[in-house]
Design a protein around this ligand. Sequence first.
Ligand code: IMP
Ligand code: MG
Length: 182
Amino acid sequence: MIATMTAPEPVIGRILFSPDQIRERLSELAAEIDAHYAGRDLVLLGVLRGAMMIVADLSRMLNHDRVEIDWITVSSYGDRTTSSGVIRMLKEPDLDLDGRNVLVIDDITDSGLTLSWLVANLRSRSVGSVEVLTLLRKPDLAKVEVPIRYVGFDIPPDFVADYGMDYAQRYRNLPYIALLEY
Ligand code: IMP
Ligand code: MG
């Protein structure tokens, strides 16, 4: 028999948030968003691909009747241990955001570099207002201050997956949020 020498693959470990817990927190955030944007237009701008589940679930919880949904893709900065990498928008919004109230929705804020770059980029255009929602935040890893209006949960600095978030493109489909373990 030939021994395999490949590195061990991580597996789904402890579940941090069940589907019910995610749903409950999103409905609290939806109530805050309804109140904040009452009487104003609202564009949910999801960051692909991690935010797909959040946008799908959260948007259905809003009572706001003038919601539009759009998507962007940003490049990540490759070597995650350095902060010098350049972030680029790989997919621009399709909607004209001129004068619109934009709520950027991301899955997880780690160093904060992606979201701080994104907020600066959007604010340099003639967008009406820009706010940020992140489902998860790792406060211990923050390198830059990002003004995040809506945070789902603060979590420890460990790698998580599922509910839209991936490890090597896998696990996005699973309905809970779990730690990855080796
Ligand atoms: P940041 O720029 O360091 O804040 O990184 C944010 C992005 O890295 C997130 O939008 C995710 O796409 C990815 N990311 C960071 N931590 C994790 C994790 O634990 N699991 C999955 N993706 C992550
Ligand atoms: Mg992301």
